[in-house]
Design a protein around this ligand. Structure first.
Ligand SMILES: Nc1ncnc2c1ncn2[C@@H]1O[C@H](COP(=O)(O)OP(=O)(O)OP(=O)(O)O)[C@@H](O)[C@H]1O
Ligand SMILES: [Mg+2]
Length: 207
């Protein structure tokens, strides 16, 4: 078969666009970023939240809900896979999905998001590799928490030569324990990337 000549400037490659990269020193900063994002979202938008346990996905969704203008509260649904938060401002509803317990794309299909996606803003925690099938464009929000060990490295750079005699192994271990215990409050960073035509010309997000 002779391939058709490629006259169109578009390819099969999906376009991606940087929307936001910034540090989030506190949970409130995470909510603020979510709020800024919520203000630019519209019906049909799909947001995939990526990040380890406790990274701040639900916290971000709380701000997003506020920016979008939907009824709360946004909680971490333990047994509920998907919850609809109606708009209070005549805009799209928020469909908040926690895919943590979903077995995969097939089960995501079972909760029938297809019917709500076009008219709602759909936010999926743990949705990487699943939610992408819901629309031809989506946002990937990556929340990264610096681990206790990382934080410790930053706090005590270059502790390898033993020049600082006052920092012994015991003190280091203690500091490490402390850092791990305080993981919950570790600062986060966020990166939002838009995938597909919806985000192709989107301006960067101001927070
Ligand atoms: N930027 C931040 N700095 C410090 N703490 C934060 C930050 N963002 C969120 N947190 C805190 O992290 C904790 C976990 O947040 P959250 O429940 O939103 O995470 P999650 O990613 O939804 O977790 P899960 O994986 O269980 O769904 C909360 O106590 C929240 O206040
Ligand atoms: Mg959560």
């Amino acid at each position: 078969m002779t391939p058709a000549p490629d006259t169109s400037p578009t390819t099969d490659e999906v376009t991606t666009r940087e929307i936001l990269t910034t540090d989030l020193p506190t949970a409130d900063a995470t909510r603020d970023a979510g709020r800024a994002l919520g203000r630019i979202l519209r019906a049909g938008d799909v947001v995939v939240l990526v990040g380890e346990l406790g990274a701040g996905k639900t916290t971000l969704t709380q701000g997003l809900a506020d920016g979008l203008g939907v009824r709360g509260p946004i909680t971490s649904p333990t047994f509920v896979l998907s919850r609809v938060h109606p708009s209070t401002v005549g805009g799209p509803d928020l469909v908040h999905v926690d895919a943590y317990r979903l077995g995969g794309a097939a089960e995501l299909e079972d909760i029938d998001l297809d019917t709500t996606v076009p008219t709602s803003v759909t936010v999926v925690e743990w949705g990487e590799g699943m939610a992408e099938q819901l629309a031809d464009s989506w946002l990937v929000v990556d929340l990264v928490r610096r681990t206790g060990a990382d934080a410790l490295e930053d706090a005590a750079p270059g502790e390898t030569g033993g020049a600082d005699a006052d920092v012994d192994d015991g003190a280091l271990a203690e500091a490490e324990d402390e850092a791990l215990a305080e993981d919950q409050d570790d600062p986060r960073s966020i990166r939002i990337v838009g995938v597909g035509p919806r985000w192709q010309d989107a301006p960067p997000l101001e927070v």
